[in-house]
Design a protein around this ligand. Structure first.
Ligand code: 23J
Ligand code: MN
Length: 261
Protein backbone atom coordinates (compact mmCIF):
# COMPACT_ATOMS: atom_id res chain seq x y z
CA UNK A 1 0.00 0.00 0.00
CA UNK A 2 1.41 3.40 -0.91
CA UNK A 3 1.66 6.07 1.74
CA UNK A 4 -0.93 8.78 1.14
CA UNK A 5 -0.56 12.28 2.55
CA UNK A 6 -2.85 11.26 5.41
CA UNK A 7 -1.01 8.02 6.31
CA UNK A 8 2.25 9.99 6.21
CA UNK A 9 0.76 12.58 8.55
CA UNK A 10 -0.48 9.86 10.89
CA UNK A 11 3.04 8.33 11.07
CA UNK A 12 4.61 11.77 11.52
CA UNK A 13 2.30 12.49 14.47
CA UNK A 14 3.21 9.15 16.06
CA UNK A 15 6.96 9.63 15.53
CA UNK A 16 6.89 13.27 16.65
CA UNK A 17 8.23 14.60 13.36
CA UNK A 18 4.99 16.61 13.20
CA UNK A 19 4.33 18.45 16.46
CA UNK A 20 1.13 19.91 17.88
CA UNK A 21 1.56 23.47 19.20
CA UNK A 22 -1.10 24.81 21.56
CA UNK A 23 -1.98 28.37 20.52
CA UNK A 24 -4.57 28.77 23.30
CA UNK A 25 -4.53 30.96 26.41
CA UNK A 26 -5.75 29.51 29.74
CA UNK A 27 -9.51 30.19 30.08
CA UNK A 28 -10.78 31.10 33.55
CA UNK A 29 -11.77 33.89 35.95
CA UNK A 30 -8.42 35.62 35.30
CA UNK A 31 -8.93 35.77 31.52
CA UNK A 32 -8.88 39.44 30.38
CA UNK A 33 -12.08 40.60 28.67
CA UNK A 34 -12.44 43.51 26.26
CA UNK A 35 -13.52 46.83 27.79
CA UNK A 36 -15.51 48.89 25.29
CA UNK A 37 -16.43 52.45 26.30
CA UNK A 38 -19.46 51.93 28.62
CA UNK A 39 -21.22 54.97 27.13
CA UNK A 40 -21.44 53.20 23.73
CA UNK A 41 -21.71 49.51 24.64
CA UNK A 42 -22.57 46.85 27.21
CA UNK A 43 -19.49 44.76 28.00
CA UNK A 44 -19.03 41.00 28.06
CA UNK A 45 -18.73 39.55 31.59
CA UNK A 46 -15.64 38.01 33.11
CA UNK A 47 -15.55 34.21 33.21
CA UNK A 48 -17.21 32.60 36.23
CA UNK A 49 -16.96 28.93 37.14
CA UNK A 50 -19.93 27.76 39.21
CA UNK A 51 -19.52 24.51 41.09
CA UNK A 52 -22.34 21.95 40.76
CA UNK A 53 -20.74 19.20 42.81
CA UNK A 54 -17.30 18.18 43.97
CA UNK A 55 -17.64 14.51 45.13
CA UNK A 56 -19.97 15.74 47.86
CA UNK A 57 -23.62 15.84 48.88
CA UNK A 58 -24.45 17.56 45.56
CA UNK A 59 -23.00 14.63 43.63
CA UNK A 60 -21.26 12.01 45.72
CA UNK A 61 -19.10 10.37 43.04
CA UNK A 62 -18.53 13.23 40.62
CA UNK A 63 -17.28 16.78 40.11
CA UNK A 64 -18.67 19.21 37.55
CA UNK A 65 -19.15 22.92 37.01
CA UNK A 66 -21.25 25.23 34.92
CA UNK A 67 -19.77 28.22 33.19
CA UNK A 68 -20.69 31.85 32.87
CA UNK A 69 -18.85 32.79 29.73
CA UNK A 70 -19.13 35.26 26.85
CA UNK A 71 -18.85 33.94 23.30
CA UNK A 72 -15.95 36.36 22.70
CA UNK A 73 -13.71 35.38 25.61
CA UNK A 74 -10.09 34.30 25.70
CA UNK A 75 -8.65 32.62 22.63
CA UNK A 76 -11.71 32.75 20.40
CA UNK A 77 -13.29 32.61 16.96
CA UNK A 78 -15.28 35.49 15.40
CA UNK A 79 -18.05 34.31 13.08
CA UNK A 80 -19.33 36.51 10.23
CA UNK A 81 -22.63 37.33 11.99
CA UNK A 82 -20.65 38.91 14.84
CA UNK A 83 -20.58 42.11 12.80
CA UNK A 84 -23.48 44.01 11.23
CA UNK A 85 -21.73 43.78 7.85
CA UNK A 86 -21.96 39.95 7.98
CA UNK A 87 -25.35 39.60 9.62
CA UNK A 88 -27.19 38.10 6.61
CA UNK A 89 -24.85 35.19 5.81
CA UNK A 90 -26.84 31.96 6.19
CA UNK A 91 -23.63 30.02 6.85
CA UNK A 92 -22.18 32.79 9.03
CA UNK A 93 -23.01 31.39 12.49
CA UNK A 94 -20.84 29.05 14.57
CA UNK A 95 -23.22 26.11 13.96
CA UNK A 96 -23.47 26.60 10.20
CA UNK A 97 -19.91 27.44 9.09
CA UNK A 98 -18.66 24.58 6.87
CA UNK A 99 -16.25 22.46 8.96
CA UNK A 100 -13.75 22.35 6.08
CA UNK A 101 -12.88 25.96 6.97
CA UNK A 102 -11.72 24.98 10.47
CA UNK A 103 -8.53 23.31 9.19
CA UNK A 104 -6.29 25.40 6.92
CA UNK A 105 -2.69 26.46 6.22
CA UNK A 106 -1.28 29.52 7.98
CA UNK A 107 0.87 32.48 7.08
CA UNK A 108 2.50 34.06 10.13
CA UNK A 109 3.66 37.65 9.70
CA UNK A 110 6.22 38.56 12.34
CA UNK A 111 5.50 42.07 13.67
CA UNK A 112 7.05 41.43 17.09
CA UNK A 113 9.92 43.93 16.78
CA UNK A 114 7.64 46.66 15.40
CA UNK A 115 5.05 46.04 18.15
CA UNK A 116 7.67 46.09 20.91
CA UNK A 117 8.91 49.46 19.60
CA UNK A 118 5.37 50.84 19.10
CA UNK A 119 2.31 49.31 20.83
CA UNK A 120 0.10 51.13 18.29
CA UNK A 121 1.91 49.48 15.35
CA UNK A 122 -0.34 48.99 12.30
CA UNK A 123 0.36 46.37 9.65
CA UNK A 124 0.10 47.77 6.09
CA UNK A 125 -0.28 46.13 2.65
CA UNK A 126 3.28 47.22 1.86
CA UNK A 127 4.60 45.27 4.86
CA UNK A 128 2.53 42.23 3.82
CA UNK A 129 3.87 42.41 0.26
CA UNK A 130 7.44 42.62 1.60
CA UNK A 131 6.69 39.51 3.69
CA UNK A 132 5.34 37.71 0.58
CA UNK A 133 8.45 38.64 -1.41
CA UNK A 134 10.51 36.86 1.23
CA UNK A 135 8.30 33.91 2.20
CA UNK A 136 5.92 33.35 -0.73
CA UNK A 137 2.42 34.41 -1.68
CA UNK A 138 -0.57 34.18 0.62
CA UNK A 139 -2.79 31.45 -0.88
CA UNK A 140 -6.57 31.43 -1.18
CA UNK A 141 -8.11 29.46 1.68
CA UNK A 142 -5.25 30.13 4.14
CA UNK A 143 -5.15 32.11 7.39
CA UNK A 144 -3.05 35.23 7.94
CA UNK A 145 -1.89 35.56 11.54
CA UNK A 146 -0.20 38.66 12.94
CA UNK A 147 2.60 37.68 15.33
CA UNK A 148 3.32 40.44 17.85
CA UNK A 149 4.38 38.47 20.96
CA UNK A 150 1.49 40.36 22.60
CA UNK A 151 0.42 37.02 24.13
CA UNK A 152 3.24 37.47 26.65
CA UNK A 153 1.11 40.26 28.18
CA UNK A 154 -2.00 38.04 28.40
CA UNK A 155 -1.44 37.19 32.09
CA UNK A 156 -2.95 40.51 33.22
CA UNK A 157 -5.77 42.67 31.82
CA UNK A 158 -3.72 45.79 32.53
CA UNK A 159 -0.77 44.88 30.31
CA UNK A 160 -2.92 43.07 27.74
CA UNK A 161 -5.43 45.89 27.16
CA UNK A 162 -2.71 48.52 27.69
CA UNK A 163 -5.17 51.42 28.07
CA UNK A 164 -4.53 55.00 29.11
CA UNK A 165 -6.70 58.14 29.10
CA UNK A 166 -6.68 58.02 25.27
CA UNK A 167 -7.92 54.43 25.13
CA UNK A 168 -6.30 51.04 24.48
CA UNK A 169 -2.94 50.72 22.74
CA UNK A 170 -2.33 47.43 20.94
CA UNK A 171 -1.15 46.53 17.42
CA UNK A 172 -3.38 45.47 14.55
CA UNK A 173 -4.12 45.89 10.85
CA UNK A 174 -4.92 48.94 8.74
CA UNK A 175 -8.17 48.75 6.73
CA UNK A 176 -5.98 48.49 3.60
CA UNK A 177 -4.11 45.47 5.02
CA UNK A 178 -7.43 43.67 5.52
CA UNK A 179 -8.56 44.62 2.00
CA UNK A 180 -5.29 43.25 0.65
CA UNK A 181 -5.56 39.85 2.36
CA UNK A 182 -9.22 39.62 1.28
CA UNK A 183 -8.04 40.13 -2.31
CA UNK A 184 -5.94 36.98 -1.79
CA UNK A 185 -9.03 34.97 -0.81
CA UNK A 186 -7.95 34.17 2.75
CA UNK A 187 -10.23 32.22 5.09
CA UNK A 188 -9.52 34.53 8.02
CA UNK A 189 -7.32 36.89 10.01
CA UNK A 190 -5.92 36.23 13.48
CA UNK A 191 -4.07 38.17 16.17
CA UNK A 192 -2.57 37.74 19.65
CA UNK A 193 -4.47 40.75 21.05
CA UNK A 194 -7.87 40.87 22.82
CA UNK A 195 -9.65 41.30 19.46
CA UNK A 196 -8.76 41.08 15.78
CA UNK A 197 -8.49 44.87 15.52
CA UNK A 198 -5.91 47.31 16.85
CA UNK A 199 -6.56 49.12 20.15
CA UNK A 200 -7.15 52.34 18.20
CA UNK A 201 -9.48 50.69 15.64
CA UNK A 202 -12.65 52.39 16.91
CA UNK A 203 -11.38 55.62 15.33
CA UNK A 204 -10.52 54.11 11.93
CA UNK A 205 -12.52 54.28 8.70
CA UNK A 206 -14.44 52.03 8.81
CA UNK A 207 -14.42 51.58 12.61
CA UNK A 208 -12.96 48.15 13.57
CA UNK A 209 -11.84 47.36 9.99
CA UNK A 210 -10.80 43.75 10.66
CA UNK A 211 -14.30 43.03 11.96
CA UNK A 212 -16.12 45.21 9.44
CA UNK A 213 -14.32 44.02 6.29
CA UNK A 214 -13.55 40.37 7.11
CA UNK A 215 -17.11 39.61 8.21
CA UNK A 216 -18.58 41.58 5.30
CA UNK A 217 -16.75 39.04 3.11
CA UNK A 218 -18.05 36.03 5.14
CA UNK A 219 -14.56 35.44 6.56
CA UNK A 220 -13.46 34.66 10.11
CA UNK A 221 -11.40 36.12 12.91
CA UNK A 222 -9.22 34.66 15.67
CA UNK A 223 -8.26 36.66 18.75
CA UNK A 224 -5.95 36.16 21.73
CA UNK A 225 -3.85 33.52 19.99
CA UNK A 226 -0.66 32.49 21.84
CA UNK A 227 2.76 31.15 20.87
CA UNK A 228 2.76 32.38 17.29
CA UNK A 229 6.53 32.71 17.87
CA UNK A 230 6.64 28.89 17.69
CA UNK A 231 5.28 28.80 14.13
CA UNK A 232 7.22 29.10 10.87
CA UNK A 233 6.24 31.93 8.49
CA UNK A 234 4.63 29.30 6.23
CA UNK A 235 4.02 25.58 6.40
CA UNK A 236 1.97 25.09 9.57
CA UNK A 237 -1.63 23.87 9.54
CA UNK A 238 -4.12 25.47 11.93
CA UNK A 239 -7.04 23.69 13.54
CA UNK A 240 -9.41 26.31 14.99
CA UNK A 241 -13.01 25.21 15.52
CA UNK A 242 -15.69 27.10 17.46
CA UNK A 243 -18.22 25.26 19.61
CA UNK A 244 -21.37 24.52 17.64
CA UNK A 245 -23.43 27.19 19.42
CA UNK A 246 -26.81 27.55 17.71
CA UNK A 247 -26.82 30.96 15.99
CA UNK A 248 -23.51 31.70 17.73
CA UNK A 249 -21.53 34.84 16.87
CA UNK A 250 -18.27 33.39 18.13
CA UNK A 251 -16.81 30.91 20.56
CA UNK A 252 -13.80 30.15 22.70
CA UNK A 253 -11.61 27.61 20.89
CA UNK A 254 -8.68 25.32 21.50
CA UNK A 255 -6.43 26.55 18.70
CA UNK A 256 -3.85 23.97 17.60
CA UNK A 257 -1.12 24.16 14.97
CA UNK A 258 0.60 21.22 13.29
CA UNK A 259 4.25 22.02 12.56
CA UNK A 260 7.19 20.05 11.21
CA UNK A 261 9.26 19.19 14.29
C1 23J B 1 -17.35 43.95 19.97
C2 23J B 1 -17.02 45.23 19.59
C3 23J B 1 -15.73 45.56 19.28
C4 23J B 1 -14.77 44.56 19.34
C5 23J B 1 -15.09 43.25 19.72
C6 23J B 1 -16.39 42.97 20.03
C7 23J B 1 -14.06 42.18 19.77
O1 23J B 1 -12.90 42.41 19.79
C8 23J B 1 -14.44 40.75 19.66
O2 23J B 1 -14.13 39.94 20.54
O3 23J B 1 -15.01 40.38 18.64
S1 23J B 1 -13.11 44.98 18.95
MN1 MN C 1 -14.51 38.32 19.09
Amino acid sequence: MSATALTQLASALLSGSVKVIDLTAPLGPETPVIKLPPEIAVNTPEVKVHNISHYDKNGPFWAWNWLELGEHTGTHFDAPVHWITGKDYQDGTTDRIPAQNFVAPVNVIDCSAESAANPDYLLTPEAIKAWEAKHGEIEAGSWVLMRTDWYKRNGSAETFLNADANGPHSPGPTPEAIEYILSKGVVGWGTETIGTDAGAAGGMNPPFPAHNLMHKANKYGLASLCHLDQLPPKGAVLIAAPLKFVNGTGSPIRALALVAG
